[in-house]
Design a protein around this ligand. Structure first.
Ligand code: GDD
Length: 340
């Protein structure tokens, strides 16, 4: 690790939520040569740092992956087309196309002699049959097989995991794989269609409070269960897994399962409000229940993500509240100047 701090380390997907935090985290740990890459134009990144080499490149294209990996000592590949259920259910082809990014990045990493390669997989790789019950089934790593992953997004992740494994076994590339379980926190998408449940529920509560219409629409019956991992735990876990000798894909998620109704309870409590709930039963729902079984990560690393949902959600709520308020102020100013 100390060695990597003075060598070129590349983060892809750096304009997004987790990638942006990862660049900030590596900087704070004393990594001196960082290259941050994202397909989004530079002005649209969630976080950006002047002492980092920032590149706007579409990593679907092989030649751009070659540029990305040139001179790199380590690579964290977080670039992908992704989002919450509302996005992945309606964009299966786009999600599958992320296979190009990981494939080209692996080839480029090998070509440029990269020492270590991190791939962010997902809880969406798990077999759907194991997630039919609302009682939050704890998913162990072996539950990905026999394979019946989330349509589109999950299959791409599972295939990419295998691609990493075969590059390690056949070509000797050192790869590390973590299966993220629904990550949330400040700088996560909170509007526009790609937002996941924690941010979406915070936004809806904030909007209800601001408008005085004390109502909230919840997708599904609200009985669906999930565990949500706060971003700080995700960063800690990425570090630990990257530095470990764990070669197979491992869960990186919280084991604090809640129903979506309970998630709404917590957001209401933070906001100090009670809302009338309605349930949109034909909205995208995904699996009925999902939790992270953390036996393996506890055994191998003596640690698991442990930020209580109440604590992480409060920080997220405050951040979304500020973003929402700024946006409303911007609207009010432009309406005022338009009226003159
Ligand atoms: N997004 C969203 N917005 N979900 C809502 C809402 C809402 O307003 N209201 C209720 N839900 C419900 C969804 O119907 C779903 O049952 C549950 O909340 C969780 O939804 P998401 O957070 O959007 O997605 P997910 O947990 O099913 O999957 C996410 O996490 C995976 C990793 O654990 C996705 O981001 C996947 O891409 C990711 O791999």
């Amino acid at each position: 690790m100390e060695q990597a701090k003075n060598k070129l380390v590349v983060v892809t997907g750096a304009g997004g939520f987790i990638g942006g935090h990862l660049v900030a985290h590596l900087r704070a740990q004393g990594y001196k040569k960082l290259r941050a890459i994202d397909a989004k134009p530079l002005g649209e990144w969630e976080q950006q740092f002047v002492d980092v080499e920032n590149l706007s490149l579409d990593l679907n294209l092989k030649e751009n992956c070659e540029t990305a990996a040139d001179g790199a000592y380590e690579i964290y590949n977080l670039a992908a087309n992704m989002g919450g259920m509302g996005f992945i259910e309606h964009n299966k082809a786009l999600c599958m196309l992320s296979i190009l990014i990981n494939t080209h990045m692996l080839q480029a990493a090998l070509h440029h002699g990269v020492q270590r390669y991190f791939y962010s997989s997902s809880a969406c790789v798990y077999n759907a049959d194991r997630q039919k019950t609302f009682e939050a089934p704890s998913l162990k790593e072996e539950d990905a097989y026999p394979a019946m992953a989330e349509d589109g997004y999950g299959w791409e992740k599972l295939f990419s995991e295998r691609m990493c494994r075969h590059f390690r076994e056949d070509f000797g590339l050192t790869t590390r794989l973590a299966r993220f379980h629904n990550v949330y926190g400040p700088h996560g998408t909170w509007e526009g269609g790609r937002e996941k449940a924690p941010a979406a529920i915070c936004r809806k509560v904030i909007e209800a409070k601001a408008s005085g219409r004390h109502e909230i629409e919840i997708w599904g019956t609200g009985e669906q269960t999930r565990s949500f991992m706060y971003i700080d735990d995700c960063l800690k876990g990425i570090d630990k897994i990257m530095r470990s000798e764990i070669v197979d894909a491992i869960n990186l998620g919280s084991s604090e399962a809640v129903s979506i109704n309970q998630l709404v309870d917590i957001a209401e409590e933070i906001a100090g409000i009670k809302l009338k709930r309605s349930y949109k039963l034909d909205a995208p729902k995904g699996v009925n229940g999902r939790n992270s079984d953390n036996t393996l990560i506890q055994n191998l690393l003596g640690w698991e993500p442990n930020t209580p949902l109440r604590v992480g959600l409060e920080k997220t709520y405050r951040w979304i509240y500020d973003e929402y308020s700024q946006k409303q102020q911007g609207r009010a100013v432009s309406a005022f100047s338009g009226a003159r």
